[in-house]
Design a protein around this ligand. Sequence first.
Ligand code: ZN
Length: 208
Amino acid sequence: MQNLPPLDRDNSSPNQNQNSEKNKIVWVESEDVYKPIPKSIEDFKSEREISNTKKEKVYIATIALKHLTEHLGSNTTVEQGGILFGNAYEDPRVGIYVEIKSAVAAPSTIGTGAHLEFTSDSWQGIMDYAKNTHPQENIVGWYHSHPNLGVFMSGTDMNTQRAFFHHPWCVSIVCDPVRREIAYFLGAKAEHVNVVEFGGGHTHKIFF
Ligand SMILES: [Zn+2]
């Protein structure tokens, strides 16, 4: 893949606009820099009726988790994936934390196709699709399946994380719909993190 400019760079360089059409698209996106919303984690949790006292960094709505697992469980012969939408927040005592409100499937025409794994090129297309179809939403990460491989960040996955999801609020969800495992990774280094599910009237670890 090509070297993509960082999404959050705000200093213009003269030859930036002389690049290919593909890089121009990235440049336009980079002008729309997303910033976390200041909010105390106590307020965030009480607004969503989250009663547990843990101060985790990732929160997912039950409806998003349901869509994601149904999508990934619908075909266990290929990797499937999609984009996570939501908001990032910042509490000076906790740092940045993220709310995942919805999960949108990548069309199979943009995804892996005949390939086994998503590549960075696939994700460029998926990101463009997501932004075009959900212009009012904020992308906070991505998800994909590892059918019967277990849940971890592969080398390809780390490249995708660094290229497109390197902000500290970006989440990668990896799910194995065969073994029924799921894991959440946060930020450019894809740190393995715990999650709190909300909005379903219950909190649980079971996802199918
Ligand atoms: Zn993977």
